[in-house]
Design a protein around this ligand. Structure first.
Ligand code: 5GP
Length: 218
């Protein structure tokens, strides 16, 4: 991003990614509840997967059929889209307009394939990769959800590994050890308007390599 673009950057989208079990959803919900200006507007994604208990259409996701999803992709209505765990997920392009009209940062909780598409389309987007302090935490939280079959669990663990490998391309790593600290860290990065670099620092890259090693040893 050019220095002029960096200086005029105010309501940039904020992308949160990270392996399942990293606590992204909790961080996201805390950020949305913060009294801050500018605030965040949650980017409601579209998905073809079935709703889980307590999920509301239009609030947590917009649940659509595969044919409707693919028609929207074909018409260019998606900012990004990806297949995650065999289901389709995507961000409608007009979520960006909604955030701008609301005077808020669009807050996206999406996978790494989608994150790459967002920062390619929106140069000022800030990308933050959330990791748990240990690989065991990923496995434990995945099992704890209780809604996945052993086969789905294996698939999610494999997916977590490939997500971790993509972390090096993000602007910043946030370790979610204590939730309040992780939320404060993300909030501060947004407030200071961290300029995107699309590359983690060396220490953070080492940290991620350690988590991948732990995951392989489980
Ligand atoms: P879940 O089905 O558990 O809600 O989400 C599974 C994964 O899909 C999570 O990593 C979540 O971040 C990702 N995801 C949710 N919405 C989107 C989206 O709109 N685009 C992309 N690329 N990934 C998404």
């Amino acid at each position: 991003m050019s220095p002029a673009a960096a200086a005029s950057r105010t309501l940039f989208p904020v992308v949160l990614s990270g392996p399942s079990g990293a606590g992204k959803t909790t961080i996201r919900d805390r950020l949305l509840a913060e009294a801050r200006s500018p605030g965040f507007l949650f980017s409601v994604s579209m998905t073809t997967r079935a709703p889980r208990a307590r999920e509301r259409d239009g609030v947590d996701y917009r649940f659509v059929s595969r044919s409707r999803f693919e028609a929207l992709v074909d018409s260019g209505a998606m900012l990004e889209h990806a297949t995650v765990h065999g289901e389709r997920y995507g961000t409608p392009r007009d979520n960006l307009d909604r955030a701008r009209e609301a005077g808020a940062h669009l807050l996206l909780d999406i996978d790494v394939q989608g994150a790459r598409q967002v920062w390619e389309a929106v140069a000022e987007a800030l990308s933050i990769f959330i990791v748990p302090p240990t690989a065991e935490r990923i496995a434990r939280q995945l099992r704890g959800r209780g809604s996945e079959s052993p086969e789905q669990l294996r698939r999610r663990l494999t997916n977590a590994r490939s997500e971790l490998k993509a972390a090096a391309e993000f602007d910043r790593l946030v370790v979610n050890d204590r939730i309040e600290e992780a939320v404060a860290e993300v909030s501060a990065l947004v407030a200071e308007g961290l300029v995107p670099a699309r590359r983690l620092g060396a220490a953070d890259r080492r940290y991620v390599r350690r988590i991948i090693g732990e995951l392989d040893a489980l």
